[in-house]
Design a protein around this ligand. Structure first.
Ligand SMILES: Cc1ncc(COP(=O)(O)O)c(C=O)c1O
Length: 382
């Protein structure tokens, strides 16, 4: 039965738009007035500003996050012939593995840590072969893998480290962000991301000049200059309207991420001790940006339905792991080969998290969740 109380969305892009409407509309109007829709000052400005934000030398804006992962791989390793192996996780959005295949490599999928949801570094070591050319850690939900540790390991075997930072804008591990310790990091600016465009957009960041130059060419038909094509590339450019929107939003990203961390603290206070609910672990040294706030519960589908009946939106990121997707059956990985990933998918539940979410809304979600789990917390009793 539907109870009284306002509904709570999983995220709220309209609230963000309303807060910045005048600036965003003006930025878009400027691009339209200039008719510089491809390249130009908006894209160049965003490239400079995002590189500075990430603390790296170069940012190459591109069409989307999937392309960013593919371009980072091809930019660092060159195009593959299908024999090189790239280790990543199965507990991720399919795009990570898809981009590895599109770059010409074979994804080798490993299990994750059940508490952090992140790549299990012992599983990475176990998966290494003489064909391993790269490892792609995924900073899932905005929680960074320890790239420094991974890089130390990878350097011993001349393996490249390319980060899938699609969900980790502004995240840190021991003070270092995506792109600062790896060969390159790939971001998505899909609208619902912590830094979201008004359509598809992405970027690769790197400290390596030659890699940056190759990727800049790859995104734009392999062009060295206007009429000379130095390599086979493609059209994977970010368009100027997206860059203009992102430039307006970027200065607000740290504040939004802090607000997301506050939401996570409220959830932890209210749900941390609730039986039957496992709240997300935070690794020492990590600055999480909570792109998603993911708990683990028994009877997840029933709990989700109960919350839905209360007008509370939730998500599952992701219900079917990559190794259990029909498209990746050719890899020959059985569901039980990655037992943690296989099990997690049945228990994970993403709760509403976005910068404008209020304490009262978090209390409402937590109370409804506790009721659904058959326990009470006292939250919302005030
Ligand atoms: C972990 C991860 N990798 C890659 C991508 C691909 O990004 P895009 O949707 O911009 O292509 C996403 C986007 O959802 C993602 O979450």
């Amino acid at each position: 039965m539907r109870k009284s109380g306002e509904s709570v969305p999983l995220s709220d892009l309209k609230a963000q738009y309303r807060a910045l409407q005048a600036e965003l509309d003006e930025a878009v109007r400027e691009v339209v007035e200039s008719c510089r829709f491809i390249g130009g000052p908006a894209v160049e400005g965003f490239a400079r500003e995002y590189a500075a934000y990430c603390g790296v030398q170069h940012a190459i804006p591109c069409a989307n996050g999937t392309e960013a992962v593919r371009l980072a791989l091809v930019g660092v390793l060159g195009p593959g012939d299908g024999s090189g192996e790239v280790i990543t996780v199965s507990h991720t959005f399919a795009a990570t593995a898809e981009a590895i295949v599109a770059a010409g490599y074979r994804p080798v999928l490993v299990d994750v840590d059940p508490h952090t949801f992140l790549m299990d570094l012992r599983a990475v070591e176990a998966a290494r072969t003489s064909n391993t050319v790269a490892v792609v850690p995924v900073h899932l939900y905005g929680h960074m893998v320890d790239v420094e540790q991974l890089r130390d390991w990878a350097d011993r075997y001349r393996i490249a480290v390319i980060e899938d930072a699609a969900q980790a804008h502004g995240a840190r591990m021991n003070g270092m962000g995506p792109g600062q310790r790896s060969h390159a990091a790939a971001f998505s600016f899909f609208p619902g991301k912590n830094l979201g465009a008004w359509g598809d957009a992405g970027a690769v960041v790197t400290d390596d000049g030659p890699t940056a130059r190759r990727i800049s060419q790859l995104v734009d038909h392999g062009r060295g200059d206007k009429y000379s094509h130095a390599r086979i590339g493609c059209n994977a450019r970010m368009d100027a309207l997206q860059a203009a929107v992102l430039r307006v939003k970027l200065p607000h990203l740290d504040r939004w991420n802090s607000a997301r961390r506050q939401v996570a603290r409220w959830y932890e206070e209210l749900l941390g001790e609730v039986g039957g609910c496992v709240t997300p672990a935070l690794m020492p040294g990590a600055q999480h940006v909570y792109h998603q706030y993911v708990i683990q519960v028994e009877h997840r589908d029933e709990v989700q339905q109960a919350l839905n009946a209360q007008g509370i939106a939730t998500g599952i990121h992701y219900p079917i792991p990559v190794h259990e997707q029909p498209a990746f059956a050719y890899l020959g990985i059985r569901p039980d080969d990655l037992p943690i990933t296989h099990g997690l998918c049945r228990h994970i539940l993403s709760l509403p998290v976005f910068p404008e979410l209020t304490q009262a809304q978090v209390e409402r979600v937590s109370t409804a969740l506790s009721e659904a789990l058959g326990v009470t917390t006292g939250a919302g009793a005030r």
